[in-house]
Ligand binder design. Structure first.
Ligand SMILES: [Zn+2]
Length: 384
């Protein structure tokens, strides 16, 4: 294992932070898989999972089983980890700018087509060679757009480590949740073995959530580039100059914020190791039997986000993982002054995959998320 350190831009004299990455295998030999933990710095299950995975990969390295490259970033957000306000860790938004750490990643498909640097001019008939050219173009585009703030340099460094990977897994969690995965439809088939191994109870598909999240930018660049080149050069050009789906990526929600323990981390790291074997990154039996997928993939736009109709004490009637039907009471909000309560009901048929961890709600707060097969939401699909 090779450890690398990446200094971030110092926001003020006398302060400095850096990212660390762990590298296994030989760059350029075999498929590359990139995993990072805790980009939202208060979401810690992935951080422990990567500790377990590191041990597994070190053992695989000793045993000569590495057939590809694996990059782990065990602590993806040192800025957020250092933000504490009145004893609470504030890891989702950068306090200086108010920006979500998992939004605003660059539009790489645009950057690689800038005037004088248009990657379309370099494409040929070989899809794999085109993938290599596009990955080089992404690195060059990042070089042309140097960061100017500490937050930008965090995003820029993470992009630089991940943009040439075949598979990218960004490990997050929700407040209280079962395992669920966000991904673009282009990634569904390739990441299905991972969803099965992790026991995902929701696989949420969206092409462009509007958030420019880390994972969707990295898988999105490939199909966006294909569409963009078809528009500028014609549909026939992308047939004779094929652009493959060079990256499968996902935001993997490893349950809830307090689901951090060695038993779960061992289980999840085992599932990831099995997936690495399936990908051919590790040698071994790629036909290890996987459990059946516990859910049917569903559109993220089909998820119902249940909002509190009033403020009060929350009494949940359903737990993460529960199957919910239209009309089911998911939560009861009790007004402690009047004793009156209001039921919050589902009107979809799906799985409650996440709920809040607070038990007091203000009016309009998001209480729970339920998967659903029918599109019901338009516009931006994720919160700020
Ligand atoms: Zn997150």
């Amino acid at each position: 294992m090779d450890t690398q350190h990446h200094p971030l831009i110092s926001p003020a004299c006398g302060t400095s932070r850096s990212l660390s990455s762990w590298h296994f295998g030989v760059p350029g030999r075999g498929p590359k898989v990139y995993l990072q933990a805790s980009l939202h710095a208060d979401e810690l299950p992935g951080m422990l999972v990567l500790q377990h995975l590191r041990q597994r990969l070190q053992a695989a390295e000793v045993a000569g089983q590495l057939q590809g490259e694996v990059v782990l970033v065990p602590l993806a957000n040192p800025i957020g980890l250092d933000q504490t306000w009145m004893q609470l860790q504030m890891g989702r938004f950068e306090m200086a700018s108010g920006q979500n750490f998992n939004r605003h990643y660059p539009a790489l498909a645009t950057w690689v087509r800038e005037s004088g640097h248009d990657v379309a001019d370099q494409l040929g008939p070989d899809a794999q060679r085109n993938a290599h050219i596009i990955r080089q173009a992404m690195h060059a585009a990042l070089q042309r757009h140097p960061p100017t703030t500490e937050l930008d340099s965090l995003r820029h460094t993470l992009m630089g480590l991940a943009c040439d990977a075949d598979v990218v897994l960004d490990l997050h969690c929700d407040f209280e949740a079962v395992v669920h995965l966000y991904m673009e439809p282009e990634c569904e088939a390739g990441l299905l073995p991972l969803a099965r191994g992790l026991g995902a109870q929701a696989v949420l598909l969206a092409r462009g959530t509007g958030g420019h999240c880390f994972d969707e930018v990295l898988s999105g660049v490939w199909w966006q580039l294909r569409e963009s080149v078809a528009l500028s050069h014609g549909a026939d050009f992308v047939v004779t100059h094929p652009i493959p789906q060079g990256c499968l990526s996902s935001t993997v929600e490893l349950r809830g914020q307090t689901d951090v323990n060695d038993a779960l981390a061992a289980q999840d790291s085992q599932a990831i190791q099995t997936f690495l074997t399936h990908l051919g990154v590790l040698s071994g039996d790629a036909n290890t039997s996987l459990p059946a997928l516990q859910c049917q993939a569903s559109p993220l736009a089909g998820s119902q986000y249940l909002l509190a109709p009033c403020s009060g004490v929350i009494s949940y009637q359903k737990a993460p993982g529960d199957r919910v039907l239209p009309g089911d009471v998911v939560a009861r909000v009790v007004n402690p002054l009047t004793g009156q309560s209001q039921d919050v009901c589902s009107d979809t048929d799906g799985v409650l995959y996440a709920r809040h961890n607070l038990r007091w709600t203000t009016t309009g707060m998001e209480l729970a998320k339920i998967s659903g097969q029918n599109v019901r939401r338009l516009g931006p699909l994720l919160g700020p």
